[in-house]
Design a protein around this ligand. Structure first.
Ligand code: GDP
Ligand code: MG
Length: 303
């Protein structure tokens, strides 16, 4: 019988070191890649077995309650489109909420998400909060099978590790979980799944609590965050939500940058999947990054 890695779900094999699932010893519970991720946070590139479509198809075949996870940073229309393709009873779970600044009302964020995307069944979650774990358990009580689905790196495997005795591999990189994995815990059969990949960015900076910085920025003045310059075509009020390891360095006067993006009033602009800013007025944003490094959504934190 083929054994599966208990960390990422891939079939174990002891033949090809360069292929997924390799372990020198087939009796091991984890593949070498999971061992390296867990012990050295080192993750090699992998060939993905499933496309986003394949994952949706497999989840729909299960016909069971589906928890669809997205962290608050990744949430946008593309994510919601994937969520809408799930035909099972489903709950949208907004994760890593512990990282948001304390003064942001989490209930307000939920209200905004419900209104913007016209979805009723939304909750927020952090695997660090016992009360949120209990609230989630209440939501799934009575179901015999629960599927974890959603964006890669949203925290699906972490959630299962926190609710069950599973020791799934988790990491701050994309594509940690490679195949579907069953975890039986008391009365519920949980199914972990590989995450949906929406962008090929490897810049993930989720470890740090997010801090809020508000500015009034004049035309042609730029804020510099690490190597990134951000400015607007006219006077604007912006609030930056930055992981605490990133700092806004200074206000600098500068010439134009190549990338210009039209922003509607009260939008969140998400940069490199790492931080975001809430822009109050309609404007054109100038930035020294490529357009594909940036996502824009109706604001989930603004009024
Ligand atoms: N702060 C915080 N980090 C989390 C939370 N859940 C997951 N993470 C982190 O997010 C990263 C991805 O988690 P993982 O469970 O591997 O995501 P998956 O790809 O959806 O299975 C890891 O670095 C986790 O430690 C959470 O509730 N709060
Ligand atoms: Mg996972």
């Amino acid at each position: 019988m083929i054994k599966k890695c208990r960390g990422c779900g891939i079939n174990l094999q002891n033949i090809d070191k360069t292929k997924e699932g390799y372990t020198p010893e087939l009796n091991n519970k984890y593949c070498q890649r999971c061992f390296k991720i867990t012990n050295y946070n080192e993750s090699s590139l992998v060939n993905l077995k499933y496309t986003n479509k394949d994952i949706i198809k497999k989840i729909n075949e299960e016909k069971s309650l589906t928890l669809f996870l997205s962290d608050f940073l990744s949430l946008n229309e593309n994510v919601i489109n994937l969520y809408q393709m799930i035909n099972n009873p489903k709950i949208l779970v907004i994760t890593k909420i512990d990282l948001l600044p304390k003064n942001i009302s989490k209930d307000k964020v939920l209200e905004n998400i419900k209104r913007i995307y016209k979805i009723d069944n939304v909750i927020y979650f952090s695997h660090k909060s016992n009360s949120l774990k209990e609230a989630l358990l209440k939501k799934i009580a009575g179901y015999s099978k629960v599927i974890l689905a959603g964006v890669s790196n949203a925290g699906k495997s972490s959630l299962l590790n926190s609710l069950t005795k599973a020791q799934l591999t988790v990491s701050n990189k994309f594509n940690t979980t490679l195949d579907f994995l069953k975890i039986k815990d008391n009365d519920i059969l949980f199914l972990d799944s590989p995450g949906f990949v929406l962008k090929t960015l490897d810049n993930l900076n989720y470890k740090n609590i997010i801090k809020e910085y508000s500015y009034e920025l004049k035309e042609k003045y730029f804020l510099k965050i690490e190597d990134i310059f951000i400015g607007f075509d006219k006077l604007n009020n912006v609030t930056f939500y930055l992981p605490s390891n990133l700092k806004i360095l200074r206000r600098v006067k500068n010439e134009d940058f190549k990338t210009k993006i039209k922003i509607k009033e009260n939008s969140d602009v998400i940069i490199l999947n790492t931080f975001f800013l809430n822009v109050k007025k309609e404007c054109t944003m100038e930035i020294n990054l490529l357009e594909e490094d940036i996502d824009v959504r109706e604001s989930i934190v603004g009024l």
